[in-house]
Design a protein around this ligand. Structure first.
Ligand code: ADP
Ligand code: MG
Length: 252
């Protein structure tokens, strides 16, 4: 589903991704961990073409991210064509990013209408189905400011699911939540993982990684330092930097 080879990305003179290699199979759940500033969010943002890459290749489901192939040539996608490619990749952010002036059901339906061209009635029906999936049918007409953080994040997950993505990216989806609201979001993510959806989750929820992560990837300073099963990386890390990071995580 994802094939990243030698992906590089700089912001000005700062190289943030220094040749990232990552392969994610269809149906796999991969958890990415690593210190702040190691490039985890940037990697997700490149996979979803919120950022362009400076080097290497990045493919999702066989397609070069941000490009269309015709014969042996690659043409850069723009506008609606790019929006359509991106719509196949769901993204859930730490800060939810809901539209404040739209109700929960409108937040979930809006992408269906604008990107997929689904009519209002059908989009609303699908949005209601996905709100039910995240246990929020009773909040359909509620605006984000009246929702708890956990509820906002569940609406954001429903919004991503409504597009029927082939891949979901989660960027620290529980980091902004009060501790007692973390589990309601993790439970939805666990249920999704069990449906066979391909997921890449940047998360420091080690329990989640152990329960559903097929693989754990440790990033540091713009590189994948270590990857493997959760037992291999979390219980028996080989690299000093992984060990140091995990010992911080466990102490905090
Ligand atoms: P992580 O998610 O692992 O904490 P990020 O991918 O957010 O790391 O950031 C990696 C580095 O890139 C950091 O040093 C950050 O300050 C920098 N960075 C991220 N986005 C931008 C940007 N749009 N412009 C400049 N620097 C950025
Ligand atoms: Mg980040």
């Amino acid at each position: 589903m994802i094939q990243a080879i030698g992906v590089r990305k700089s912001f000005g003179s700062l190289e943030v991704l220094c040749g990232v290699d990552l392969v994610v199979a269809s149906g796999e759940v991969v958890c990415v961990i690593g210190p702040s500033g190691s490039g985890k969010s940037t990697l997700l943002r490149c996979i979803n073409r919120l950022e362009t890459i400076d080097g290497g290749t990045l493919r999702v489901d066989g397609d070069y991210v941000g490009y269309r192939r015709s014969g042996s040539q690659l043409h850069e996608l723009r506008g609606r064509a790019l929006a359509r490619q991106r719509a196949d990749i769901g993204m859930v952010f730490q800060q939810f990013n809901l539209f404040p002036h739209m109700t929960a059901v409108e937040n979930v339906a809006v992408g269906l209408r604008t990107v997929r061209g689904v009519n209002k009635r059908a989009a609303t029906e699908r949005a209601e189905h996905h709100l039910e999936q995240v246990g929020l049918s009773d909040k359909r007409a509620t605006y984000p400011e009246q929702l708890s953080g956990g509820q906002k994040q569940r609406v954001a997950i429903a919004r991503a699911l409504a597009m029927e993505p082939k891949l979901m990216l989660f960027d620290e989806p529980t980091s902004a939540l009060d501790p007692e609201l973390v589990n309601e979001v993790l439970e939805i993510m666990i249920a999704l993982a069990r449906t066979g959806l391909t997921m890449v989750c940047v998360t420091h929820e080690i329990g989640f990684a152990r329960e559903v992560g097929d693989r754990v990837v440790f990033m540091d300073q713009g590189r994948v330092v270590e990857e493997g099963s959760h037992d291999a990386v979390l219980t028996n890390p080989q690299h000093e930097r992984t060990k140091a990071f995990l010992s911080h995580l466990i102490r905090s």
